[in-house]
Design a protein around this ligand. Structure first.
Ligand code: SAM
Length: 209
């Protein structure tokens, strides 16, 4: 299944869950900053930022279904469909970017690097990137699916969900390498509840261009 079709298909039903440390974000990003949420889904994080007093908010997502739901649920938000992997904003035009549970949807390492490069393009020098995502787990259920799909996808931690999505749980070394062009302020491990109600290892990262 095409990954965009999967996210369009579940756009009316899924609730996204990775936690947002909004107080820590506020230590680095002022209320008048231009903030871009990449892979914003239906806009739940932007809505939280809006409620915390942030005003210059933009969300982009490649799923038209997610953007339509977001516009219905949070009509005050500026939500846009992302075409051809391009963010569609000028170079160095954004003060901060949020990337929550999006890397997990992009199994291929080169595609992840291309997305981070596109984010760096739109960030101003000194701009902030806040990422959260899933890490590898060591419970039986996860170990079984990692080994089942490792050969098919060539990356340990990539697996198919029964409903058709291909997702990735990441090795920490990979995440450190992916984000190594940014100056790291914070990196913490967390335990997440997934959109399907399971527990998973995860992390959040706050860094500067
Ligand atoms: C797990 S959801 C998280 C949504 C949102 N960031 C949140 O935390 O509420 C992942 C989102 O990323 C979007 N997405 C996945 N791959 C993408 C890509 N390559 N480019 C843009 N958006 C993508 C999906 O459509 C989906 O809305």
């Amino acid at each position: 299944m095409n990954q965009k079709d999967y996210w369009d298909g579940v756009s009316g039903t899924k609730t996204f869950t990775t936690p947002f440390q909004v107080e820590e974000f506020a230590e680095y990003v002022s209320k008048d900053a231009v903030i871009l949420d990449v892979g914003c889904g239906y806009g739940r994080t932007l809505n939280e930022l809006s409620q915390s007093g942030y005003r210059n908010l933009i969300g982009v997502d490649f799923s038209e279904g997610m953007i339509e739901r977001g516009k219905r649920q949070f009509p005050q938000l500026d939500l846009r469909v992302m075409e051809n992997s391009s963010i569609g904003l000028a170079d160095a035009s954004v003060d901060a970017v949020i990337l929550f549970a999006v890397l997990t949807c992009i199994p291929d390492g080169a595609e992840q690097r291309a997305l981070i490069a596109e984010i760096r393009r739109v960030l101003k020098p000194g701009g902030i990137l806040y990422v959260n995502d899933f890490l590898l787990n060591d419970d039986e259920r996860n170990l079984k699916r990692y080994s089942e799909f490792a050969d098919k996808y060539g990356v340990y931690g990539v697996f198919e969900l029964p409903e058709g999505a291909v997702v990735r749980h990441h090795d920490e070394d990979w995440i450190q390498s992916l984000l190594s062009d940014l100056t790291k302020f914070r990196y913490e491990r967390l335990t997440f509840t997934t959109m399907n109600g399971h527990r998973s290892n995860g992390f959040y990262f706050i860094g500067r261009k």
